[in-house]
Ligand binder design. Structure first.
Ligand SMILES: CC(C)(COP(=O)(O)OP(=O)(O)OC[C@H]1O[C@@H](n2cnc3c(N)ncnc32)[C@H](O)[C@@H]1OP(=O)(O)O)[C@@H](O)C(=O)NCCC(=O)NCCS
Length: 331
């Protein structure tokens, strides 16, 4: 039965642009301090792409690294999915741009937008499409140039975000019980107004007035987002563990969305799991939205933190509102 086809993460890759923006740099841009940013968020620095470096460029670096790690050639890729809220342009999709630039066959390619939950959304869509039995390998990417939608005059948001990309190759496996065990996805559009970007779409096309009114930048009610993030990430994590009759203590490593280290610490205490079991790199990258989970996963894999048989829990929250959790039995 197609539902039983195991889907493995056969390779991971990531990319962070060279440019580093430290908290000290931000103190010269807005009224803030290193102490405030570090104590409220856990962030020390973030990467900022060069002006000509696009979401697709970062996605391509991460994708090549993932294909190398998986030993999968460009001509073997059957599907391209990109999660991003900062596509190079509204259309064509960033997935089509990288399909062309990576020299892939004329396979299906599309972007999916679920903000910071986006990578787990594309992971689930990719796994479901591979399970249908017609495809063998999918390139699944989260890539963001958030610096292009940040209001660099708004101290309550500009200190939080950064640029980067992460990618995985999803491949059909042989042994049931290995790979992506399941993913749970959810949304509640009633919370849309606490994290959004009003400008650029049909609601608010670019005009001199909308630009002057700073409508083309991300807006956020940080306090509200914080409270809901902790609640829904805990709920999604417990639900997916319960679905498999597993306990938090069965999990070897949690890869949480990197939004604020205090959110991760609260999740750790609510799940009763020590912080040592959580992959944390927010100090170096800030919040890279859809790139954050695959970037942290790639770092953990390359650091040898993930071993065969380990149970990996990935959990995310983002604008929409959206949330997601995924359980992987590493092969
Ligand atoms: C944004 C966030 C760090 C703010 O931390 P907080 O403890 O909630 O801080 P508050 O919003 O209560 O602000 C406290 C004070 O700090 C000020 N402040 C905000 N940003 C500041 C900055 N960069 N530097 C110095 N002071 C700042 C505020 O103006 C406020 O001042 P006031 O008390 O005089 O009004 C936190 O709410 C957060 O991380 N929220 C979640 C954001 C998130 O995860 N978004 C992405 C989801 S995918």
């Amino acid at each position: 039965m197609s539902g039983n086809i195991p889907i493995l993460i056969s390779g991971t890759g990531s990319y962070a642009p060279e440019g580093i923006l430290t908290n000290a740099d931000l103190t010269r841009m807005v009224d803030t301090t290193d102490e405030w940013i570090l104590s409220r968020t856990g962030i020390r620095e973030r990467r900022i792409a060069a002006p000509q470096e696009l979401t697709s460029d970062m996605a391509i670096h991460a994708s090549r690294a993932a294909m190398d790690a998986a030993g999968v050639k460009p001509e073997e890729i059957d599907l391209v999915l990109v999660a991003t809220i900062t596509p190079d342009m509204p259309f064509p999709s960033t997935a089509c741009i990288i399909q062309n630039r990576l020299g892939l066959r004329p396979v299906p390619a599309m972007d999916i937008e679920a903000a910071c939950s986006g990578f787990l959304y594309v992971l689930e869509v990719g796994a479901a499409m591979l399970r249908s039995g017609k495809m063998r390998h999918a390139l699944v990417v989260g890539s963001e140039k958030l610096s292009s939608i940040i209001d660099w005059e708004d101290r309550s948001t500009c200190v939080l975000f950064g640029d980067g990309a992460g990618a995985v190759i999803l491949s059909r496996g042989e042994n049931t019980g290995e790979g992506v065990l399941s993913t749970t996805l959810g949304s509640d559009g009633r919370g849309g107004e606490i994290l959004y970007m009003p400008g650029g779409g049909a609601l608010c096309p670019p005009t001199p007035a909308s630009l002057a009114d700073r409508q083309h930048f991300l807006k956020m009610n940080g306090k509200e987002v914080f409270k809901i993030a902790v609640r829904v990430m805990e709920k999604a994590a417990l639900e997916i563990l319960a679905e498999h009759n597993l306990q938090p203590s069965d999990v070897a490593l949690v890869i949480p969305h990197q939004a604020n280290v205090r959110i991760i610490e609260l999740l750790s205490s609510r799940l009763g799991m020590p912080m040592e079991k959580f992959a944390v790199n927010i100090d170096r990258y800030g919040n890279t939205s859809a790139a954050s989970i695959p970037l942290a996963l790639d770092e953990a894999v390359r650091a040898g933190q993930v071993k065969k048989g380990d149970l990996i829990l990935m959990v995310a929250f983002g604008a929409g509102l959206t949330w997601a959790a995924s359980l992987i039995r590493w092969h």
